[in-house]
Design a protein around this ligand. Structure first.
Ligand SMILES: [Fe+2]
Ligand SMILES: [Fe+2]
Length: 271
């Protein structure tokens, strides 16, 4: 029994600024045809849920309309950026923003087992935060790691751990910081076989530090080179992750005909 997870990410949905609903609906049709066992959104479900709760509500409604099993993880646009990196005009995570998120999308960390695998989802924006929930998440993750046994571990979170290596010391809001990576490593104790993230709006598949890192693309839009370099592929779509009982996996990009590669520069100012 393999378990198939369709990873969508960075859907950036909003009722008042519905620029990306069309792509979401088209990709949703492809998901319904593919019938994955689970759809995971790795964050930025909303356009600006961190400051406008109606974006959270609208995004949740559109997801529910898919009629598929769903799990969610928060992105910086859903509840604010990590305290350490929220210096780019963005709000930092706080208890109020997090509570609003939880109301619409449920707990921001989770864990479940499928044959051969343990799948752990965490709130990347809480790593290294002084909110009480950060310590609660760390305790929950340590507990979730007990009894891993011979299973492979798949970790899902909004931000990639790093660009090329875990030694990188540059602090930016693109990747986890070195301090956040340290917290994560202490929580897990082992290198995940598979690390799945969103946030960059580029698809990339690479191996580093004993893990296979897969960056899911946005279903919504890409950023121009004047804002963001090319790390992988600036494409729109989703990723299908097949987890096999023997602990191996396959992850590949699915491009959906009719979903348009919208560019930030061709849109009204969204953030
Ligand atoms: Fe995003
Ligand atoms: Fe993001």
């Amino acid at each position: 029994m393999t378990f198939r997870i369709a990873q969508i990410s960075d859907t950036h949905l909003s009722e008042t600024r519905p620029y990306f609903v069309d792509n979401f609906v088209r990709i949703g049709e492809a998901l319904r045809a593919a019938k994955p066992d689970l759809v995971v959104n790795t964050g930025d479900m909303s356009l600006d849920g961190a400051s406008d709760e109606s974006d959270l509500a609208a995004s949740r409604l559109l997801h529910d309309a898919l009629g598929l099993p769903l799990r969610f993880l928060p992105g910086n646009h859903d509840l604010g950026d990590a305290q350490e990196t929220a210096s780019h005009g963005e709000s930092p995570i706080d208890s109020g923003r997090r509570a609003r998120y939880l109301k619409h999308f449920g707990l921001d960390w989770w864990c479940f087992d499928v044959p051969g695998w343990r799948v752990l989802g965490i709130n990347a924006l809480l790593l290294g935060s002084d909110l009480p929930a950060a310590a609660e998440q760390e305790a929950a993750a340590v507990q979730a790691m007990e009894g891993l046994g011979l299973r492979s571990l798949a970790l899902f979170l909004h931000k990639p751990l790093f660009d090329q290596t875990a030694d990188e010391s540059k602090i930016s809001n693109r990747f986890l910081t070195r301090g956040q990576r340290g917290r994560l490593a202490a929580m897990l104790g082992v290198a995940p076989a598979l690390i799945v993230s969103g946030h960059i709006h580029q698809y990339r598949s690479s191996d580093a530090d004993g893990s296979h890192h897969v960056w899911g693309p946005s279903t919504a839009f890409v950023l121009p080179e004047r804002i963001q370099p090319i790390y992988g592929a600036k494409k729109i779509g989703y990723v299908e992750h097949t987890l096999r009982p023997d602990g191996t996996h396959d992850s590949h990009l699915v491009e959906v005909p009719g979903a348009r590669t919208l560019n930030y520069d061709d849109l009204p100012k969204i953030y």
